[in-house]
Design a protein around this ligand. Structure first.
Ligand SMILES: [Cu+2]
Length: 307
């Protein structure tokens, strides 16, 4: 209990410091928020309220609630032989910069927050992404929604803090509220119902399903092709937890914080409010230079029950 109070106090302090930083950094701060109603999707977004990158709130698909919040708390970076770092890269309104020389989103050049729609092979997409500069890194973090009932979460990165091989460990936190905040059940692949909080890897499970036990509305979390492999510095790909208001999405644990050890106390997740942490590992070879973008991220696909 004492530990929880201490964490709550740290979270509060961090929020106050963040608010103070927002006020004092004045003109340099870029914060945007708003509401999106596109195709079958509705959600609110912000780049300014928390240090969690482009953050989505109240995500609905065809009037079914899917997420309470999707956020991007941290990208941990480890260099070979600790040549520099390690770093905990946190995206917030103080480090957003205009997009330049990113061929995938060239229509958004000059914008800090890219919002665009496009069509490819008859499929329609809405992309929203925020661009940040942290030291020598440029990071573009985005969500791409499809009119076919899924969205992709991406992080793109380029730049070299040191001319040495390194790995970026990107962390998303998906706070699911499928058809409301309770009654969510988590399955490894489609079949194996999980009773308590767990960590997992993409080697052990191909994908994960989360379903509302009452309505049957389901979501699948499907790894991207370049999501990489865990290592000694970041040991897990997935951590599933019960929602707790004091288990913040503000990253307080620095470069060496391990999500597999956080909030992991065997709590019930069967018919609960589910928080799903997803981690990718982008290996970046110094040999490739600093101008090449590399990226990773999962797909979140909605499967509605047949009427
Ligand atoms: Cu890199």
């Amino acid at each position: 209990m004492l530990k929880q109070n201490a964490v709550a106090a740290i979270v509060m302090l961090q929020k106050i410091l963040f608010a103070v930083a927002l006020v004092f950094s004045g003109n340099f701060v870029f914060a945007d928020s708003g509401r999106v109603d596109w195709s079958d999707w509705k959600f609110d977004y912000t780049t300014g309220d928390t240090p969690t990158g482009l953050t989505l709130m109240g995500v609905y698909y065809r009037d079914h609630q899917i997420l309470h919040k999707a956020s991007f708390p941290v990208m941990r970076v480890e260099y070979l032989n600790d040549a520099c770092g390690p770093f905990a890269d946190i995206l917030w309104s103080g480090n957003y910069v205009p997009i330049t020389q990113h061929e995938d989103v060239s229509v958004c050049s000059g914008e800090k927050l890219c919002k665009r729609t496009y069509e490819k092979d008859g499929e329609k997409f809405l992309e929203m992404g925020v661009n940040a500069k942290l030291g020598e890194y440029e990071i573009y973090q985005s969500y791409v929604f499809s009119n076919r009932g899924y969205f992709d979460a991406y992080v793109f990165s380029r730049g070299l803090q040191c001319a040495e091989d390194h790995t970026h460990h990107a962390h998303w936190r998906l706070d699911f509220d499928i058809d409301g905040s309770g009654d969510d059940q988590v399955f490894k692949n489609t079949g194996s119902l999980q009773a308590t909080e767990f960590n997992d890897t993409r080697t052990a499970s191909t994908f994960w399903s989360i379903q509302d036990a009452e309505t049957g509305t389901r979501v699948e979390i499907i790894p991207g092709a370049d999501d990489g492999f865990p290592d000694d510095f970041a040991r897990w790909d997935v951590a599933v937890r019960t929602y707790k208001s004091n288990e913040s999405d503000t990253w307080l644990w620095g470069p060496r914080g391990e999500i597999g050890s956080l909030f992991n106390n065997n709590e019930n997740i069967d018919r609960a409010d589910t928080v799903f942490w997803y981690v990718t590992h982008l290996e970046h070879s110094a040999f490739n230079g600093e101008s090449v973008w590399h990226y990773s991220g999962p797909r979140i696909r909605v499967v509605l029950p047949s009427p």
